[in-house]
Design a binder for this molecule. Sequence first.
Ligand SMILES: C[S@@+](CC[C@H](N)C(=O)[O-])C[C@H]1O[C@@H](n2cnc3c(N)ncnc32)[C@H](O)[C@@H]1O
Length: 355
Amino acid sequence: MIPEMTPNGHVETLRTLHRIGEAGGVPCYAGSNVAQEFSLAVRDGGLCVTPKTTAAYQRSLRPVAHFRVQTQPGDYPELNLMMGMISFPGGDTSTKCYRPFSRDKARVAAGLYVGVHSRLGDDPGYFNAVFRHFADAIPAQGIGPALERYGSIDVDTWARRFQQLHSHTYGRTHLVELHLLDLMVRASATDDRHVIEIGPYQGRSTAAIAAALGDCGVNSLLFSIDPNEFAPQAADVALANVAAVGQRRRLVQIHRPTAAVTGIWTEGMASMAFIDGSHEFADMLTDYNLCDRLLMPGGILVLHDIFPARHVGYEPMFPDPPRLLEEVVLPSDRYRPIAAAHQTVALRKLHGPNP
Ligand SMILES: C[S@@+](CC[C@H](N)C(=O)[O-])C[C@H]1O[C@@H](n2cnc3c(N)ncnc32)[C@H](O)[C@@H]1O
């Protein structure tokens, strides 16, 4: 059973996605609690919602568009989740529509979803269900075994884990990004290979990675690097989050910037690396060069705050991470993008010698 967080913030019963029609040939789905408060219609290539009653407070829905891209080698991932928001200020009962948007003609919408944004934040059950749909479409990218690793999970525990992390830990890593990290751990985890994380902050991503490693039953460690210069207590929160998912003994916290960590690394020791540290280009280059050296061939590199700016209609909040992707990672021809969710991109390191 996937727990559901209702608009009043209670975790309740099963959250399922119902197919409600097609918009321009794209299947549309709605979370089970949306229909309680909103009328849904599919028209003019979009998903339209109308509140059934007035409310004194603002209500928001979180539409998600799942895109498929006809990729060229070295282009953005074939599968991509982009999130939107439809808000109804108090008293507003007008009809509002969501249409998938992309600047890129090669990106074709493959699914449209809508779920309620609860007053406590995003709804974990909804994003969990959307991500399962999304993950089912990925095996073409060679991560079929990762999906089999989902098979052993108690889904109830799994969804509550994300809910707990998302509602009680400060951070900008979204639920669908935590799900992507979780999936990429399952796609790469190998005994005697480890995971490197740069920039855990309070440990949302850290706990998601550690928990997935635990589910995989491998002996891997998680090396988590953060100087925590401005928030020293964040490391304790991260540790508590990892302990809460039962993986305390897997975590190695390193309280320094990446450049100051030397003498402990071995080339090829990592099955996965996640970079979400400094967002300055020079620092990111240091982070990337380290991870590139440590990642085994076939390992997975995950980058956060990579806005696919040429696909969406807004400029990136941080200009340097997309620069790293476009000017360094993709031109190296040693990484193939395999999936993206929100601002996170996952790439497979190809087999071949390091330069
Ligand atoms: C955006 S936060 C990371 C959020 C986290 N991944 C999550 O899931 O909530 C960025 C973190 O990177 C850390 N950081 C900044 N410069 C760094 C560097 N040179 N090396 C490692 N970590 C760094 C910061 O201290 C901060 O905690």
